[in-house]
Design a protein around this ligand. Sequence first.
Ligand code: KIV
Length: 262
Amino acid sequence: MAKITIRTLQKMKAEGRKFTSLTAYDATQAHWVSAAGIEVMLVGDSLGMVIQGHDSTLPVTLDDMAYHTRAVARGNQQSMLMVDLPFMTAATVERTLDAAHQLMQAGAEIVKLEGARWLAPAIEQLSHNGVPVCAHLGLTPQSVNKFGGYRVQGKDAAGQQLLEDADALVAAGADMLLVECIPAELAKELQQRSPVPVIGIGAGADVDGQVLVLYDMLGMNTGRNARFVRNFMTDAGSPQEAITLYDQAVRNGDFPQPEHQF
Ligand code: KIV
């Protein structure tokens, strides 16, 4: 299978073909995800919760992200490797460039930043320096304390604001957008106006790609599942098979269903 790049995803969007994304945190998981043909493998800072046992992503450090990125890169074959900039590493343009530098040297092929239009100057500089960027909008878990919990974002007037933020970040050079926990109607509008691929989680079916946290879709979590999660292990005999079922369900329009959206 050919190596997935941002151009592959742009082509898929243009042709109206869905793509898939999953998190991975070590080499074995990376092997599973890649072998299933998942286009975008994400070393998410969700590792702070599912691996490290914290109740948020805030304690995750840049060194943690670089460590897991190196492990995942060794297990990955053809997926595009996306890595999160952890909490506060995008607070200034200089810090953003330094963090992206370290993660790209650890094996990232695109970095993901949480925020809104204030990220535009950093995204512009990353773009000038040859670093592909995914901007994460909507429920950005690093802002959980500001939101007062993990709540649906982009309702009512905030929806228009999100669309304008996305436009500004794409104009600054963002190559991809990821929206988390926003109304499905808003995600659909964003997908239609966005020239770059839009990945959703808890954002309905009308986006270009879907992403889930690996531990959630394998039923390997200790708490209550979020509404947008389906446990694919219930119909599978192995993690590899569950990942393949997820991949097929997204491509054939069987996941997500209306009960998974807001
Ligand atoms: O950290 C992560 O796993 C993420 C996904 C929830 C999209 O950002």
